[in-house]
Design a protein around this ligand. Sequence first.
Ligand code: CDP
Length: 228
Amino acid sequence: MTTMNTRAIPVIAIDGPTASGKGTVAQRVAAALGFHYLDSGALYRLTALAALKQGIDLNDENKVSAAASTLSIQFIGEKVILDGEDVSELIRTESASQNASRVAAFPAVRRALTERQRAFRAAPGLVCDGRDMASVIFPDAQLKIFLTASVEARAERRTNQLKQKGISAILDDVVKELRIRDERDSNRQVAPLKKLDGAYLLDTTAISANAAVEQVLRWAKDTIRATQ
Ligand code: CDP
């Protein structure tokens, strides 16, 4: 059996703030290319949930990072399973989002999840989304994209998403919550959310998810072909 150098396996790293559409775009790009997909945010959401289930105080960095390194999880299609339980809905609530952002600020938690994320790099390629895909987890990614949108557009999308799930949401509250999370994710000491110099900027305020997917696929064609 020949072992492929994993650095040669193409990675498309999509980072950006909450509700920018990066998850939707990343999943569709992965499907179009037949690549694997990593939703890195889910790992932080699962870490916070697992810690709470174990009665751990979310301020306790050591204990939370121990929970991160012993996570027993499976991704089955759209489903996310923690310790055999389907937690797909539970990890998407607003409190789960805020808890994820709190534990994500701990360096030990981020370290505990690093190798698990890198293990998703498998042939024929990977599309991943998060905050530090291009800066920390896959610094040698062949294509780096910073996907963003105005706070208003993001809040409107998040509100609509919640309404579709039958969860009532007030736009002003959603704006406040987005700002709290943006602020925490951008100003933390470790792996803060920011656009790297070499990353393409994709602003989706005025374009559809389909148009964003098309743009990423055009960039992928240019950059991934060029490096193979
Ligand atoms: O989908 P949304 O952008 O709202 O959230 P997410 O990508 O699931 O991430 C949830 C939280 O996890 C974020 O607010 C970040 O604090 C954290 N996160 C991170 O620190 N690094 C990543 N690579 C992904 C998520």
